[in-house]
Design a protein. Structure first.
Ligand code: G1P
Length: 291
């Protein structure tokens, strides 16, 4: 039922400089593929068929990555490199398309989502923030569970995880009567963007995965600038929550903030040891270095 996903990729990645100076931060490699591929895979695994990139002129390499490359494919074919050929042609599974729209000015996450309004039309949709990689423990991923829950309750789903109290000012934070179990959703009473430490309504932070109704676009059009003088998606969700139930979904998987250097290194370690071909040797290497 939820078939469209917005991936805002227009940000310049200042937290990841110098690596992100001349390549998009989303194209920085995690093991053997760009970070953005993990996010697209997560969306596709949850049943998404249309990926909408909200992008910037400096980020054409993301679109190129999800396009076919005839010259490369022909060369690999001529050289009989069938495994590699298969790998590069299967980056995007059949039936999944990528569309891009531009965010002409850096006016915030809410504004980025609003830039996709014409492509969304009347369809409800997912939003995935590509800085955060979500590594799932179960074959059925958290996003798929949020979509199922949305189908049952018709309440928007906001993925959350617990963070230490001193970090609440880096995230959207939800207000709930009680913390839901992992893998469960609960109606939330409020949501606030980057509250000062000591003022947050809980320690449940917004991870960057949302299932939202098409009508949030109208609310985004009315959303004034908020935290950081930007149009915040969190503020539009707070408005939505005044008129209908919005639920916080507590994730089961593990997050890696690839927008930060340490989070990125952590992701490389975790995805590296789970890699089907490199995993065991990589693990041995880590053990060797740890001695
Ligand atoms: C954005 C959202 C915030 C969320 C965070 C997750 O903030 O506005 O609510 O908690 O992503 O990474 P940003 O990190 O873009 O400042």
């Amino acid at each position: 039922m939820i078939k469209k996903a917005i991936l805002p990729v227009a940000g310049l990645g200042t937290r990841f400089l110098p690596a992100s100076k001349s390549i998009p931060k989303e194209m920085v490699t995690v093991v053997d593929r760009p970070a953005i591929e993990y996010v697209v895979r997560e969306a596709v695994a949850a049943g998404i068929e249309q990926i909408i990139l909200v992008t910037h002129s400096s980020k054409a390499s993301i679109e190129n990555y999800f396009d076919r490359n005839f010259e490369l494919e022909t060369t690999l074919e001529q050289k009989n490199k069938t495994d590699l050929l298969k790998e590069i042609t299967e980056i995007l599974p059949a039936g999944v398309s990528v569309i891009s729209v531009r965010q002409p000015q850096p006016l915030g996450l809410g504004h980025a989502v609003l830039c996709a309004k014409a492509v969304i039309g009347d369809d409800d949709f997912a939003v995935l923030l590509p800085d955060v990689l979500v590594k799932d423990q179960d074959p059925e991923n958290d996003l798929a569970r949020m979509i199922q829950r949305y189908a049952q309750s018709r309440a928007s789903q906001i993925m959350v995880e617990a963070v230490p109290e001193h970090l609440v000012d880096q995230y959207g934070i939800v207000e709930v009567a009680a913390s839901p179990e992992e893998g469960e959703s609960i109606v939330m009473q409020g949501i606030v963007e980057k509250p000062a430490v000591g003022t947050a309504p809980s320690n449940l932070s917004v991870v960057g995965r949302y299932i939202l109704p098409a009508k949030i676009m109208q609310l985004l059009e009315q959303t004034p600038r908020g935290a950081g003088n930007e149009i915040q998606l969190t503020d539009a969700i707070a408005m939505l929550q005044q008129t209908e139930a919005v639920e916080a979904y507590r994730m089961k998987g593990q997050t890696f903030d690839c927008g930060s250097k340490l989070g990125y290194l952590k992701a490389v370690l975790h995805y590296g040891i789970d890699h089907p071909k490199l995993g065991s040797e990589f693990k041995a290497l880590i053990q060797e270095l740890a001695l």
